[in-house]
Design a binder for this molecule. Structure first.
Ligand code: ZN
Length: 253
């Protein structure tokens, strides 16, 4: 119970930092300086108003200085990160693997929200992420190197092929280059078998949300819904259910 609470607080604090990354990476400003400030009145946020989750509740979602609205996205990101931290801790225990999977999840959270806001997946995350997570997979998590390498190549290559064929047939650009690099990063970290699970889950959930959005908004949503969040969510789900899925797929039970 004590360790679970610690994992929750740890996740919330990291989530607070992820908010800064989500906000500043697309703006190409430093993620370290300056300290956080109110987007309305630019008053620096006091340290006691910068407590993850709690400050939002205490301030009732308003800036202490100008009463400007604070987006509910901030506590949401903190809460999601905190919950995933606890779930990963329950699954992997107090291990180095927990830490690595948590970092992987944190990067995917940042990618998800940046993609939702800007329809881009920044290269500054995926390009270093591809070799770093590939090496972590082989040397720390001990994924067989051939599985990781094939995962990286298939992850990058398969989406590229699909995107190319789609473009050839429809003469329109479908999947973005960012999605391709993201899936290469995921495949190189989790191995090629995981890609089966991830592509199934992400395309099904993406299709359901896409159709629902089309019905609700009554218009073509092809370009409005980014695919990165679905790939990211499926990759995180794979950390929990991927092994079971592969076992059922191969052994049938
Ligand atoms: Zn303010």
């Amino acid at each position: 119970m004590f360790l679970n609470s610690f994992a929750f607080i740890f996740g919330a604090v990291v989530g607070s930092f992820l908010n800064v990354c989500i906000f500043r990476i697309p703006a190409k400003t430093s993620i370290i300086k300056p300290l956080s400030q109110c987007p309305h009145c630019h008053h620096p946020v006091r340290f006691y108003d910068n407590i993850p989750l709690i400050s939002y509740i205490v301030l009732r979602g308003k800036c202490r200085d100008c009463e400007g609205k604070i987006s509910w996205r901030y506590p949401l990101v903190e809460l999601v990160t905190a919950i995933l931290s606890v779930l990963l801790f329950l699954r992997f225990g107090f291990t180095i693997n927990f830490l690595i999977y948590f970092i992987f999840t944190a990067v995917l959270i940042v990618i998800t929200f940046i993609d939702i806001d800007h329809q881009i997946i920044p290269d500054v995350l995926t390009l270093p992420g591809i070799p770093i997570f590939f090496l972590l997979a082989i040397f720390v998590v001990k994924v067989p190197w051939s599985e990781a390498l094939i995962g990286l190549l298939i992850g990058g290559g398969m989406l590229f092929t699909i995107a190319y064929i789609y473009q050839l047939i429809t003469k329109r650009e479908g999947m973005g280059g960012g999605d391709i690099k993201l899936l290469a990063m995921i495949g190189g970290f989790l191995g090629w078998k995981s890609l089966i699970f991830i592509l199934l889950v992400s395309s099904f959930s993406g299709a359901i949300v896409g159709i629902a959005a089309m019905v609700i908004q009554k218009k073509d949503m092809k370009y409005a819904i980014p695919f990165g969040p679905f790939l990211s969510a499926a990759a995180v789900a794979c950390l929990f259910w991927g092994d079971a899925f592969i076992r059922i797929l191969i052994l049938g039970y």
